[in-house]
Design a protein around this ligand. Structure first.
Ligand SMILES: *Cc1c(COP(=O)(O)O)cnc(C)c1O
Length: 392
């Protein structure tokens, strides 16, 4: 096809005309079970009736006014986020990369306002993903993302996943922060154990540097807690979130404590669209639904059921599947065959999932997926394993 779109994405030929709950429907009426959820974005499924209501109502009142004026919807969403988390302050933007970008600027400003101008370096994890702006690719440092775009931003040091000693060694008097995804999403659903998060907190306190969690993918109920850090005993200083928080409406946010906010004042950062009334109204409803204890308990119950069944499938088809990993509905199947081939065959059988690094299949159902649809997905996964083995 002679497309006018810059070819930066590898797209499947599939095209959909409608989404409903956990399903996507093509022009010909073929239904697909969508366990990609727009990459962990459609947290409450497609065209959720509650969200449609809020979006419609707000669309008749006001869409956008800019941050030159009071925005009550933004105020309410910020209040909700701070009530539910470690944070005292929130900065709103429109995407994950921007929320990471904000986190980096806030960390640098915190030190610089205190006359520690030489503290600007941020330690990150090899194989992590923080988005596609220059700062975000500089932070990740992954070859496939940085090649062609150098020079990168100064001051990011990547350390191998799990190498605790090296992290400590890399900290010097120029270090401002450590930034980490509690579960590496794009990097292959690699869970950072709670003890390690707790160890990082201790280390940051000892060295007087900041701890930043990139929860763009792990946040807003995805792992079975509102934010993934809430599985541990510790709190970050700064947290970036986006993807699932708008349930499909673009919005990002950077959360921080009062103490860390010192460096930021009038004019130090901004975003034209950030925190607009439409996005904030929808996100507030998403948060109300997902932060409900009963809702999250239910996510954990269904996720546990699903994970146990995936483990059973792995046990039977251990020639195809090496490992099931992840938490809640942020799950990965590490494959023994090429993950892209596996994903294509699942798609042919009616299940949409996406890839991740390390030959992993990412499974990200909507958080309100029914047990019935989970069972259908399991059937498709099993059938696909049988198909693949049959052809050998
Ligand atoms: C997706 C993602 C981002 C980037 O989000 P965009 O909205 O694509 O800019 C950043 N960090 C993590 C952990 C992500 O998963």
């Amino acid at each position: 096809m002679n497309s006018s779109i810059l070819p930066t994405y590898r797209r499947s030929n599939l095209s959909f005309v409608k989404g409903k709950g956990s399903y996507l429907i093509t022009k010909n009426g073929k239904k697909y079970l969508d366990f990609a959820s727009g990459i962990a974005v459609n947290s409450l499924g497609h065209c959720n009736s509650e969200l449609i209501k809020v979006l419609n109502n707000q669309s008749k009142k006001m869409w956008h006014i800019s941050n030159a004026f009071q925005i009550p919807e933004q105020e309410e969403l910020a209040k909700k986020l701070t009530t539910l988390t470690f944070a005292d302050k929130v900065f709103f933007c429109n995407s994950g990369a921007e929320s990471v970008e904000s986190a980096i600027k806030i960390a640098r400003a915190y030190h610089q306002i205190q006359k520690r101008k030489n503290k600007f370096k941020i330690i990150t994890i090899k194989g992590s993903f923080h988005g596609r702006t220059l700062a975000a690719i500089s932070a990740s440092g992954q070859k496939k993302m940085v090649d062609g775009f150098k020079p990168l931003l100064d001051g990011f040091i990547q350390v191998e996943f799990g190498d605790h000693e090296l992290i400590e060694k890399k900290i010097d008097n120029q270090t401002a922060a450590i930034m980490i995804e509690p579960i590496l999403g794009e990097g292959g659903i690699k869970v950072v154990p709670n003890e390690c998060l707790e160890g990082l907190r201790k280390l940051c306190d000892k060295k007087k540097i900041l701890l930043i969690f990139d929860e763009v993918q792990t946040g807003v109920g995805r792992t079975g807690k509102l934010f993934s850090y809430q599985w541990s005993k510790i709190k970050p200083d700064i947290l970036s979130t986006a993807k699932g928080i708008g349930g499909g409406f673009p919005i990002g946010a950077c959360l921080l404590t009062n103490k860390i906010s010192k460096g930021m004042k009038f004019g130090s950062h901004g975003s034209t669209f950030g925190g607009n009334p439409l996005a904030c109204s929808v996100a507030k409803r998403v948060l109300e639904i997902i932060s409900n204890k009963k809702f999250l308990n239910d996510v954990n119950q269904r996720a546990t059921f699903f994970i146990n069944k995936l483990e059973e499938i792995k046990y039977i088809y251990n020639n195809l599947i090496e490992e099931v990993r992840g938490k809640g509905f942020l799950l990965g199947i590490k494959c023994k065959i090429n993950n892209s081939i596996f994903i294509e065959k699942l798609r042919n059988n009616g299940l949409l999932v996406i890839g991740a690094s390390e030959n992993v299949i990412r499974i990200l159902p909507p958080l309100n997926v029914s047990k019935k649809d989970l069972k259908i997905a399991l059937k498709i996964i099993e059938k696909t394993c049988i198909d693949i083995n049959g052809k050998r």
